[in-house]
Design a protein around this ligand. Sequence first.
Ligand code: PXP
Length: 247
Amino acid sequence: MIHLGVNIDHCATLRQARYRDAGRTTGGEVEPDPVTFALCSERAGADGITVHLREDRRHIQERDVWRLRESIGTRLNLEMACTPAMIDFALKLKPEFVCVVPESRQEVTTEGGLDVVGSRDRVRACVEAMNAAGIKASLFIDADLPQIELSAQLGAPFVELHTGAYANAYHSPRRGAEFERLRLGCERAKACGLTVNAGHGINYVNVVEVRTLPHLYELNIGHSIVSRAVFTGVDEAVREMKARMNA
Ligand code: PXP
């Protein structure tokens, strides 16, 4: 069975659109609450909850992450930039997983994979700190063989292959080539001893093909589930995604 990590960032995006100070505010009128979204997701079968605490705090706030740490019953996956401040934060928080992602202030959402080859020393230090603390580190990378191989050499137990290029090409002639690139990436990652996750841009349509990639452990899916939940509620949105992932 492929696990589902529900990324709740965009629930917080919606909240921040109205309540900029939500990180410091309590009270039931501050809607929508990402922690409630997480608990509803778990009830509907999510295997884990993913949040990206961005440097500019544009959606998830530190307070959200601490509340999640106290309240969820599955496992917490903290997406984070490879910076000393975020490494310190993760060591205090002790999530079950971290996913190291590249971060640039201009992007609307994470756009490309982490350049492990170009920043090997920083990534190595981060992976070593997480391994020493018993936190499982995943590196969010494009399905490029040198990035995959180096991720394994640096001691990361997981990679998350970036499915964004595939998702963008879904309705174009490039789709087959992007899918093949992901397939080869999954095979190589498995051969290197890595556990393989995938994420970004996965929706209710393309998931039916994504799920046929070999060796998948988990898909991290956010935007499409939060969007669907507006109409159906969280419960149905999560159940439907899990059903499509594992049909
Ligand atoms: N995985 C990673 C590493 C991400 O950065 C994101 C986007 O924040 C996702 C998965 C989820 O992407 P989407 O919201 O497009 O499902």
